[in-house]
Design a protein around this ligand. Structure first.
Ligand SMILES: [Zn+2]
Length: 282
């Protein structure tokens, strides 16, 4: 599943090509993927593409929006005569002719350009709704890690009295959204905090350091276009995200910790592969 920096990167790429395009038609190739009434968007022009948590939002000028979640294997690919832009689960679909057998929804624009939503496993979705109702959807989501409203005091208030591991709670989307496994491991290494510490044992100073580290690794991921670990995620322009070139612990078992040189260890925390330094993360 893509992490927040990957989804942010896709939203930014689509923001460069979609605004101003008018919808000619919407083709549904699988009944499970698209929700809402496509007719509301016919003849409408795209205003803006944004992101909230891991949801991409396409805003239209008639005050309707389309929200998109890629889930495990979703892809969004924009195609016109000159360029091909997008992202998501890397398969041959991102270089081959489209639509493919995994194409679920096709949005045709009046200038003959096209936006394809492909999804092998059918967990991803697109929803059409009045823009005014977005706030209802998003009030159920905790704020993004990189939002200003996520302060050390906010995070500390969510961690106090909790016996769960700190790694599990910083990845909990009801506390703050956007920190997946790769970035959680890296943030804990930067902050020098052991992933299995019970959350309630962190001091406010440690929470402050950990939150700052979380924001830094996510921002770095966004600037570098995300990660390409396990081949699960590759940028569609053919330029793989570069976060892997600066990753601190994730996938680096046995390699030296960037803080202290000690070999990185791999353990399981709540069933997830977790990398940390046994020397400097306490
Ligand atoms: Zn270390």
């Amino acid at each position: 599943m893509p992490e927040l920096p990957e989804v942010e990167t896709i939203a930014r790429k689509l923001q460069l090509v979609l605004p101003g395009r008018e919808i000619q038609s919407i083709e549904q190739l699988h009944p499970k993927t698209l929700h809402g009434t496509p007719e509301y968007l016919l003849g409408q022009t795209i205003k803006q593409v944004t992101r909230r948590a891991k949801i991409i939002i396409i805003h239209f000028d008639n005050n309707f929006s389309m929200i998109i979640h890629l889930k495990m294997t979703g892809q969004l690919i924009y195609l016109d005569k000159k360029i091909r832009v997008g992202g998501g689960h890397p398969t041959t679909d991102w270089v081959n002719q489209l639509p493919s057998k995994h194409t679920r929804t096709v949005i045709h624009f009046t200038d003959d350009s096209t936006l394809f939503f492909n999804d092998q496993r059918l967990f991803g979705w697109l929803k059409i709704m009045p823009t005014a109702e977005l706030s209802v959807v998003f009030t159920l989501l905790a704020p993004d890690v990189i939002d200003e409203q996520v302060t050390p005091e906010y995070l500390a208030s969510k961690l106090q009295k909790r016996s769960s591991t700190i790694k599990q709670l910083i990845m909990d989307n009801t506390i703050m959204a956007g920190l997946g496994n790769i970035y959680a491991c890296d943030a804990l290494n930067v902050a020098r905090i052991h992933p299995q510490r019970p959350a309630k044992t962190l001091t406010l100073a440690e929470v402050t350091t950990l939150l700052a580290a979380s924001k830094v690794v996510l921002q770095q991921g966004i600037e570098l276009g995300g990660t390409t670990f396990d081949g699960k995620y590759v940028d569609i322009e053919g330029m793989a995200g570069q976060y892997q070139s600066v990753v601190r612990v994730y996938g680096r078992e046995g390699m030296p910790c960037l803080n202290c040189g000690t070999p990185i260890k791999k353990i399981k925390v709540e069933g997830r592969g977790t990398y940390f330094c046994p020397q400097c993360q306490l």
